[in-house]
Design a protein around this ligand. Structure first.
Ligand code: FUB
Length: 613
């Protein structure tokens, strides 16, 4: 962690270059004043070589990390970000670096992560210390955000070529592809850390990979960065073509090992970086193309940034031409401000940095006067009445201006933060909010004196528009706090699978369909009031027919009120149970319990982002 006696290098560099860019016409750079758009995805650190992975309703984005001011591919660690909506990205920090591989000494270049066997495997090219050759290492983790450890203690495979990519076919056979200047594959065993047979060179024919002119030793367009996947029975290989500069092209094949047919350009040469590198996923019914460029202030071929575009395949399953944009992909749904949101969940950050938080995860820090964080598409609904932030300050603090629509938009609340005695000495501060209704982009703008003002770890709104008015810890970000078991079962927090945030509520060992996680809400109900329930449920096996129920005991009689006759959207295994019900009773209410049960069966369940308001 840096000391705070100086301004962080990254910010100083970016501000200096943004200032220079405002003086001279440098077409390739995006000046700081243009920082309204949402591409590149990450602004506080340079990122490269995107490798997206969809897992349990989120897109995890694995990237390389170009060091500030690089004049070569000076890369020492990898980064992870994730998003449930494609516009607000949570920074998970760096769970793998060169230090993970004791036998490697440089070049933390373009990798790829796949999930299998309940684990996550990160294949990366690194330089082997003993012989200076580029080889492929593999990290393994129990969670998509790590930490990753060296799976083998040695390279998995190596021939001084780079850019591994793994594809698992429908029959379970996994293939590791890599290569520059060649293109290779090897069949991985089911353990994902060993292989059968030997590495096979894929013939680089002009029919398969296009024609490059003027380079007799490299007659085809294939350069590096293979990204192999299957869609509707067709195999695709998306790759960086014809260095330098590169464009993104693709080939298709009837099988995972070919024969490949060249299909043309996807993304032409653009964007102030002489390399490009693609990753393609489908998420929530849409298709997304990740790439990198040099669009941030200070950006270049060695200080790159990852961006994303949404696209549609043609009816024949071919790629359209995709052009880099500053607007990026549209938002999937909205962001719920009434559950805890990590401060490092950001659509656009100006001037800020992130760091590891003593409370877990990351926090936003290195905040100075005028810096801000934009969170896109925040659904305030009927209205927020207060804003709470988890903050720390090693100086005398500052203010958090809660603004809507822009960094100079209306202020709907201001929290004043004092010194807390340290940059990781956390406290919660709450301030009143007025005028935040409907859906807006939220800007947390920081104000105060000179130097670093404060750190922020997370934030949450409260109000009539929100959840949390009846339930406690509906987002399950504070462990199992507030939750108990209705009937039998064991509760725990599952941090590997969540609908939103960093965890969900797990219940195992149910012995009856009526058993489930619940909360005592006796003191929180108003007789005759209409309540809306939203709760996300995921079954660990089978179809649970889950439903939310309220048991009401008044004057010795218990009634069971079905809160969620309607089953809402289904996203990646998570089902939204939703309904609006008027709750009333006769006499004196002695017990009211909100709980999630099933119509039949005793499946284990995961529950997340529950609101009853
Ligand atoms: O980031 C280092 C190298 O640049 C990657 O391995 C290549 O794909 C190119 O993007």
């Amino acid at each position: 962690m840096r000391t705070r006696t100086t301004t962080p290098t990254t910010r100083r560099l970016r501000r200096a270059i943004a200032w220079l860019a405002s003086l001279v016409c440098v077409v390739a750079l995006v000046p700081a004043s243009a920082a309204k758009a949402d591409n590149p995805i990450v602004q506080h650190v340079y990122t490269a070589d995107p490798a997206p992975m969809v897992h349990n309703g989120r897109v995890y984005l694995y990237t390389g990390h170009d060091e500030d001011g690089s004049t070569y591919f000076t890369m020492r660690d990898w980064r992870v970000f994730s998003s449930a909506d494609m516009v607000n990205w949570t920074d998970h920090g760096s769970p793998m670096s060169l230090a993970t591989f004791a036998w490697a000494d440089a070049n933390a270049w373009a990798g790829h992560v796949v999930a299998r066997n309940g684990k996550f495997y990160w294949y990366v090219p690194v330089r082997q210390r003993s012989n200076g050759q580029m080889v492929i290492g593999v990290g393994v983790a129990d969670s998509p955000t790590g930490p990753f450890r060296d799976a083998l203690g040695r390279p998995l495979v190596g021939n001084n070529e780079i850019d591994p990519n793994v594809f698992i076919d429908d029959d379970g056979q996994a293939y590791l592809y890599w290569g520059n200047p060649g293109l290779w594959y090897v069949r991985l065993n089911a353990d994902m850390i060993s292989y059968s047979g030997s590495a096979t060179r894929i013939p680089l024919t002009t029919a398969g990979f296009g024609t490059r002119t003027g380079n007799a030793s490299r007659p085809t367009l294939y350069e590096e960065g293979p990204w192999v996947f299957k869609r509707n029975g067709l195999y695709y290989n998306v790759f960086a073509a014809e260095c330098c500069s590169e464009f993104i092209a693709y080939s298709t094949a009837p099988g995972p090992t070919g024969p490949w047919t060249y299909r043309g350009t996807i993304m032409p040469r653009q964007g102030a970086s002489f390399t490009n590198h693609a990753g393609v996923v489908d998420f929530n019914g849409g298709s997304y193309f990740f790439y990198h460029n040099g669009a941030l202030p200070g950006g270049s071929g060695y200080t790159r940034s990852v961006a994303v575009e949404k696209f549609s395949y043609t009816s024949a399953g071919m790629f359209p031409t995709i052009t880099m944009s500053t607007t990026g992909a549209p938002q999937v749904g909205t962001l719920n401000p009434y559950v805890r949101q990590e401060a490092e969940t950001i659509a656009w950050g100006q001037g800020i940095e992130t760091e590891v938080s003593s409370e877990g995860g990351m926090n936003v820090g290195w905040i100075e006067n005028g810096d801000y964080v934009k969170v896109k598409g925040v659904a305030f609904g009927a209205g927020a009445t207060s804003f709470t932030a988890r903050v720390a300050s090693g100086t005398s603090g500052g203010r958090i201006e809660v603004r809507l629509d822009s960094a100079t938009g209306p202020v709907v609340g201001t929290c004043t933060v004092g010194g807390t005695g340290g940059w990781q000495a956390w406290t919660s501060t709450t301030c009143a909010v007025n005028g935040a209704t409907g859906t807006h982009d939220l800007y947390l703008r920081f104000a105060g004196g000179s130097g670093n003002l404060l750190n922020i770890n997370w934030w949450q709104f409260d109000g009539t528009g929100g959840s949390g008015t009846v339930l406690t810890n509906g987002d399950v970000e504070n462990g199992t706090t507030g939750w108990g078991v209705h009937g039998s079962g064991t509760l725990s927090r599952n941090t590997a699978v969540a609908h939103g945030g960093g965890g969900s509520l797990s219940i195992t060992g149910r012995t009856g369909a009526w058993n489930g996680p619940g909360q005592d809400v006796t003191s929180k109900l108003t007789n005759g009031k209409s309540y809306t329930t939203n709760v996300w449920v995921r079954a660990q096996s089978g179809t649970p027919s889950a439903k939310a129920t309220l048991s009401l005991t008044a004057n010795g009689t218990t009634n069971y009120v079905q809160l969620t006759p309607a089953v809402g959207v289904n996203v990646n295994g998570w089902t939204l149970l939703t309904g609006t019900t008027t709750v009333s009773w006769s006499g004196t209410l002695s017990n009211a319990t909100f709980y999630v049960e099933t119509a039949a069966g005793t499946d284990s369940l995961l529950v997340d982002d529950a609101s009853f308001q």
